[in-house]
Design a binder for this molecule. Structure first.
Ligand SMILES: *[C@@H]1O[C@H](CO)[C@@H](O)[C@H](O)[C@H]1NC(C)=O
Ligand SMILES: *[C@@H]1O[C@H](CO)[C@@H](O)[C@H](O)[C@H]1NC(C)=O
Length: 216
């Protein structure tokens, strides 16, 4: 049977005083390209309904054919998302969870109790927990059953401080992702299941391939 993957998008669409944000187009478009023939996908966001697409990512990737085609043909995937809270009772249905990046997740998903509970539930069932770019922020506050950080000692990557400086958004962020990932993961041991993370938009397709690999 085809694996079933829960894809999570942010509901956060505007950084006050800075401008529109959301989830990042190629980080959904490229994984979708990899997944769509091989997996069943369910898309959710904290608020459900329309999950805000970062307009900057649309502009940046206007000459990327995969992103462009996804934008033109798959809109219902991000305008009709399920409510994240409704997924808590459905964890057994899924084989893996994947968080799309963008600056939005930094604001709503890092601290969202529903999201944290969902990830901890996937982890407790040894299902892959995966994310790309800013998406790994969702793991910062997750714990295992011994109340230790899930990513303690784990190899985890994400959008770097240098990349954040380069896009001139460091001052607009609630925290620096690389700094926090290093602070929380910098211990021994770590999550025994599959933890798959990718650094930036260019890693999104490879993360999706890696997810399908561990699902066999
Ligand atoms: C988390 O998301 C849920 C919806 O899934 C929302 O009702 C809740 O207010 C959010 N909580 C926080 C702390 O952001
Ligand atoms: C929780 O994580 C800590 C630190 O990584 C580890 O020592 C411990 O064995 C884990 N507990 C469980 C139940 O997995």
């Amino acid at each position: 049977m085809a694996p079933k993957i829960l894809i999570v998008l942010t509901s956060f669409g505007e950084i006050p005083g800075v401008g529109p944000t959301g989830w990042y187009l190629p980080e959904f478009a490229h994984p979708h390209e990899v997944f769509h023939k091989k997996a069943t996908l369910v898309i959710a966001s904290p608020n459900g309904g329309k999950a805000p697409l970062d307009p900057n990512s649309v502009k940046m990737f206007e000459s990327d054919p995969v992103a462009k085609n996804f934008l033109d043909t798959q809109e219902s995937l991000w305008t009709n998302t399920e409510k994240l809270a409704d997924m808590l009772a459905r964890v057994d249905e899924f084989d893996a969870i994947f968080y799309v990046g963008g600056h939005g997740p930094m604001f709503d998903l890092t601290t969202n109790k529903t999201s944290i509970q969902l990830i901890e539930s996937f982890a407790a069932k040894h299902k892959p927990i995966t994310a790309v770019c800013h998406g790994p922020c969702v793991f910062l506050n997750t714990k295992n059953s011994s109340e230790e950080p899930l990513i303690a000692g784990a190899q985890v990557t994400g959008f770097s401080n240098a990349e954040e400086d380069a896009v001139k958004l460091s001052a607009a962020m609630p925290f620096m992702l690389e700094t926090e990932l290093q602070r929380i993961s910098g211990k021994t041991n770590g999550y025994g299941g599959a933890l798959i993370t990718g650094q930036n938009p260019a890693s999104a397709g490879a993360v999706a391939e890696a997810i399908l690999d561990v699902l066999g």
